[in-house]
Write a protein that binds this ligand. Structure first.
Ligand code: F6R
Length: 608
């Protein structure tokens, strides 16, 4: 979604803002722009397309200044174009916006009636008009924002400056994140901490309907009505280097290769190797999870597939019934909730609008919410009752990889913890799971060392018309995830199926043009999966199988056999998804696609 960066301080604002916007490129965008106060007026430069076009435009201009705002836009109202790019300027007011103003039509009609001249098709420009009108009356930007805020409906975060008060930035939001970076003698406002990490590790997350008046150094916070409020400071541990490519050609590739380390980081708070124990702490010691009668897991996209895997883990180990919902469905389907339920939200970014809405719905109905996030301090993290983390480190590639495997690893611990609390985890089983998780980072290293074979397999996939990913049990969600990775990166049609569903439809699709990616590691579902594989093969399907090293039977049944190490059933999916990630990466790369920023997609989906 859109990226926002604002700066005021001793440095060249243009440079700081561009640097920040570059860090936000991963979120996906289609145009970009900056406004810098040069003398008494703002100088604005905007360009359609990637940041490099904005940079080359800026290189042609000769201006500089110390106060400015910048934006990368992901179009909602109005096509991607220079005229719709931000900042929007109206009579000395310059503004950038992320989100949607829902009462846009009503505001637009009123402004046109008053004779406003609109220069774009966006909802954002309308807010700049409203503030410009108010600031003329109020002669103060904060007072103008306090007047305008109640008129806006929707999900938005806005950063605004006014040339007549060249010593401040005003930030306000109701929805997507907006964060104030605290640094001595400088002011920074960003939509994602990544954009500010080079300058500070201390951030204040603005709450909904809150306003920040950011001066060069001091920052004051207000409620929507203008009453001063206190805010807490969050210390972010990530370093800015962690968000660099570090010699890899792509962020996604770097993140795939980081998985052994990331998974070990994710496991470390919960896995006590010396005592051979698993235990979790989500900051709510008084919760009695033995009273929970049902768990509802809610998420979107890849995080949803992690939740589906979590259902297998929890039901098998802890014997608690689990329902899994897409957040976009959950929030509108009037779910029946009870106080003995526990809602678990899963979100890498912690900002996904649908997941956040689902969380709020659960809280309104007095159901406890436990959040599993990667970004500490994100809106979902802050809004939940209990918290645990993926601990994957910054994930920049739009397609989620390491956050997914870290989530699965944490969910294995969560299930074991629940089982233990209910007296359902015999010590031998706990030892077995601890051993499996302890070996996991090393096994991931081993899988990564087979990358050459995954890349060869990916090139063969190029010749196929369609792709069916299949698996059973805990590997069924991996089939869904493998198909999603191929769709979003290679732009090829792929379907994920539970292998047992083949006879109920997908078998009709199979001929020699169809590639079947079969997940068949040695586990309790193996024999059944092999039968499904034989059915597909008999109909001409080209089989690429992922199975346990040394499985000669599977090798012989397959055109290509990709091996993963022998592992515990709960750990198998964490290993088997890695070849799928790498095949999607290599295929997309060989097709010349922008792997880190697939078309039409954004890293953090902060609007519906
Ligand atoms: C796919 C992908 C998305 C996200 C989804 C949820 O590779 O990354 O499907 O998983 O948008 O995002 P979070 O986890 O941030 O809520």
């Amino acid at each position: 979604m859109c990226g926002i960066v604002g700066y005021f301080g001793p440095l060249e604002a243009k440079k700081v803002i561009l640097e920040g916007l570059r860090k936000l490129e991963y979120r996906g965008y289609d145009s970009a722009g900056v406004s810098i106060l040069d003398g008494p007026h703002f100088k604005r430069v905007r360009a359609e397309g990637k940041l490099k076009y904005l940079e080359s435009r800026l290189a042609e201009e000769n201006f500089s200044g110390h106060l400015g705002i910048g934006h990368t836009r992901w179009a909602t109202h109005g096509a991607p174009s220079e005229r719709n790019a931000h900042p929007h300027e109206v009579r000395g007011v310059s503004l950038v916006h992320n989100g949607i103003i829902e009462n846009y039509l009503e505001i637009r009609e009123a402004l046109i009636e008053q004779g406003a001249e609109l220069t774009s098709d966006t909802d954002s420009e309308l807010v700049a008009h409203l503030i410009a009108d108010e600031v003329e009356r109020e002669k103060d930007l904060l007072a103008a924002v306090i007047k305008v805020l109640p008129r806006l409906r929707g999900a938005f975060s806005i950063l605004v400056v006014w040339e007549r008060q060249p010593d401040r930035l005003i930030a306000f939001k109701d929805g997507p994140p907006l964060i104030v970076g605290l640094c001595e003698g400088q002011a920074l406002v960003v939509s994602d901490v990544q954009a500010g990490l080079a300058y500070t590790k201390r951030f204040v997350y603005l709450g909904d309907r809150e306003i920040a008046e950011v001066l060069r150094g001091p920052v004051r916070f207000f409620s929507a009505e203008g009453k001063p409020i206190e805010k807490t400071i969050t210390e972010v541990k990530w370093s800015s280097e962690a968000a660099e490519k570090q010699g890899f050609s792509h962020y996604m590739l770097k993140e795939i290769y980081e998985q052994p380390k990331a998974v070990s980081q994710a496991l470390s708070p919960h896995l006590h190797i010396e005592k051979s124990e698993i235990s979790m702490d989500w900051g709510q010691q008084d919760w009695d999870l033995t009273k929970v009668q049902r768990i509802l897991m809610v998420a979107c996209g890849t995080s949803y597939y992690a939740a589906l895997t979590g259902k297998y883990y929890i039901e098998k180990l802890a014997r608690i019934p689990v329902d899994v919902d897409l957040a976009s469905e959950f929030r509108y389907r009037e779910p029946v909730l009870s106080p003995t339920d526990l809602v678990v939200t899963i979100s890498q970014s912690g900002e996904t609008a649908d997941t956040l809405a689902a969380l709020r719905l659960a809280k309104q109905q007095h159901v406890k919410v436990l959040s599993l996030c990667n970004v500490k301090g994100s809106t979902i993290d802050r809004s939940a009752d209990g918290h645990f983390y993926m601990n994957a480190g910054p994930e920049i590639g739009v397609a989620s990889t390491k956050a997914f495997t870290c989530t699965l690893s944490v969910l294995v611990c969560f299930s074991a913890h629940l089982a233990k609390e209910r007296g359902r985890l015999p010590k031998y089983l706990e030892n077995e799971i601890v051993r499996a998780l302890t070996e996991l980072p090393g096994q991931l290293e081993l899988v990564l060392s087979f990358d050459k074979y995954f890349s060869e397999a990916a090139i063969e996939l190029k010749n196929h018309r369609g792709f069916l990913f299949m698996g059973r049990g805990v590997n069924y969600p991996m089939a869904l995830e493998g198909a999603l990775k191929l769709k979003e990166l290679a732009y090829l049609h792929a379907e994920g199926y539970a292998a047992g569903e083949m006879k109920h439809g997908p078998l009709a699709l199979i001929d020699r043009h169809m590639a079947i990616v079969m997940l068949a590691p040695a586990d309790e579902w193996y024999e059944k999966t092999i039968s499904n594989l034989e059915e597909a093969k008999a109909r001409g399907g080209q089989i690429i199988s992922i199975g346990t090293v040394g499985d000669e039977k599977l090798r012989q049944l397959s055109q290509r056999f990709l091996a993963i190490p022998r592992a515990h059933w709960a750990v198998n999916p964490i290993l088997s998804v890695v070849p799928l990630q790498l095949m999607a990466f290599h295929l997309a790369d060989s097709l010349g696609h922008d792997v880190d920023q697939p078309r039409n997609l954004a890293k953090s989906v902060t609007v519906e």
